[in-house]
Design a protein around this ligand. Structure first.
Ligand code: AMP
Length: 412
């Protein structure tokens, strides 16, 4: 079986320029240095409103350039209105990796300013974070749990917040952080500018935005189907016990340079990465049970190219900003169809195209159907691989989505 080589980077047609967005000369210089030639749709449609002082509800996924959409105008506004050092900006993010990435984007664009930033998250010792905050910061990026901890210890004070950003609000809801988020917001000054970004807008997020935003400008870009359209997808029907062999063959045959593989459980992620490494496919695993240091190391090895393969679970991968992933492989299909869209979105970032393969065993046919329903397309089937299984036909009736997976298996 031949695996197609990755598509070349497709530059999106965009007539807007960064100059037309009212950004100052210093930021324009930094944007050029970062090699951002034209603003992405979320950037061109939110930056002018943020500079006008408006609240924003942004419906946009990771990969659309939403981080710079808030980082750039916030830096400009802080600089144009200097104040004595205190936490003036709070960004809340659901995962440590996303928080670290947002902090890196602040770092990238604030280097010519006097602004200081810090990031805090759980799973690591708090002392370096406390030291950074005590030295004084203007911008704090945080995950909710660690922030509440430090607020309770009276180390972080948020009485002078001018900007609140909630990033990936739907994921905070999924991960059970919504009460922590509400508690944090209740301590902030009412007079502030609030920006909320979310890939999807479930009712709870709509309710939250109604209660914390004032006459927000609503910006919706890159609906899920657009991201999906940018990815060349295919599905391999395979016995569960043949999945590892098929994976090795796909990896050996392909020109895949940077591969992100998803498994259902942490245990499977660990085992698979060990087996791949033993078979001379250097792989790293990233999941919630690893220490923060181990996760950062795995990510750094993958980003630097030392490991061409990263095996991840959904939660661990959420929000990871990994450029130029050539292939996403769904070693296991996700239980939640929306996760499929998040997963394959890793390979279609900021105008690039990508490739996504899904390995579907007999028990996963219902999940595949649910995914196809969500993305409103049939995923093309690869029928000429060495481990083709017999059960290609779709199941006669679909199991209900709300039914727990395990009970479905037992019935078969
Ligand atoms: P984000 O959706 O914020 O996670 O951004 C996804 C990726 O796109 C990051 O690697 C950014 O550095 C990159 N990026 C953001 N804005 C632009 C732009 N205007 N041009 C090119 N790349 C960008």
């Amino acid at each position: 079986m031949v695996v197609r080589s990755p598509h070349p980077i497709v530059k999106t047609q965009n007539l807007m320029t960064f100059q037309s967005l009212n950004l100052n000369a210093s930021l324009l210089g930094m944007v050029e240095r970062a090699d951002y030639t034209a603003p992405t749709p979320i950037q061109s449609r939110t930056i002018p409103h943020i500079l006008d002082g408006r609240d924003i509800v942004g419906c946009a996924q990771t990969g659309t350039g939403k981080t710079a959409a808030f980082v750039l105008p916030i830096i400009q506004m802080l600089e144009s209105n200097p104040d004595k050092r205190s936490i003036r900006v709070l960004v809340l993010a659901p995962t440590r990796e996303l928080a670290a990435q947002i902090d890196e984007e602040f770092d990238k664009f604030s280097q010519r300013s006097r602004l200081r930033h810090a990031v805090i998250f759980g799973g690591v010792g708090q002392q370096p974070q406390v030291d950074a905050i005590r030295r004084g910061v203007d911008i704090l990026v945080a995950t909710p749990g660690r922030l509440l901890d430090l607020m309770n210890q009276r180390i972080v004070r948020l009485k002078r917040i001018e900007f609140l950003v909630l990033d990936e609000a739907d994921r905070m809801l999924d991960m059970g952080f919504i009460h922590d988020v509400k508690r944090i917001i209740s301590t902030l000054p009412d007079k502030r500018q609030t920006l909320l970004f979310s890939a999807t807008m479930p009712q709870a997020i709509q309710d939250l935005s109604r209660s914390i935003l004032i006459k927000p400008v609503k910006v919706e870009v890159d609906p899920q189907s657009t991201t999906v359209d940018k990815v060349a997808q295919s599905v391999f029907f395979v016995e569960r016990t043949d999945k590892r062999k098929l994976l090795k063959q796909v990896l050996a045959d392909s020109t895949a340079e940077r591969v992100l593989i998803f498994t259902r459980t942490k245990h499977r992620a660990n085992n698979l990465s060990k087996q791949l490494s033993r078979a001379r496919f250097p792989a790293e695993a990233i999941h919630g049970d690893k220490s923060q240091g181990a996760r950062m190391r795995a990510l750094a090895n993958f980003k630097s190219g030392r490991a061409a393969i990263l095996v991840a679970t959904d939660i661990a991968a959420r929000g990871l900003d990994i450029d130029a992933v050539t292939h996403v492989i769904n070693f296991d299909l996700p239980d939640i169809p929306e996760s499929y869209v998040h997963r394959i979105g890793r390979t279609a970032r900021a105008g690039a195209r990508g490739i996504a393969y899904s390995f579907c065993d007999v028990d996963e046919r219902g999940l595949l159907k649910d995914i196809e329903k969500l993305i409103r397309q049939r995923i093309p089937v690869v029928s000429d691989h060495a481990y083709v299984s017999e059960f290609k036909a779709p199941p006669p009736s679909l199991p209900r989505r709300s039914e727990p997976r395990r009970s479905r298996r037992r019935r078969r």
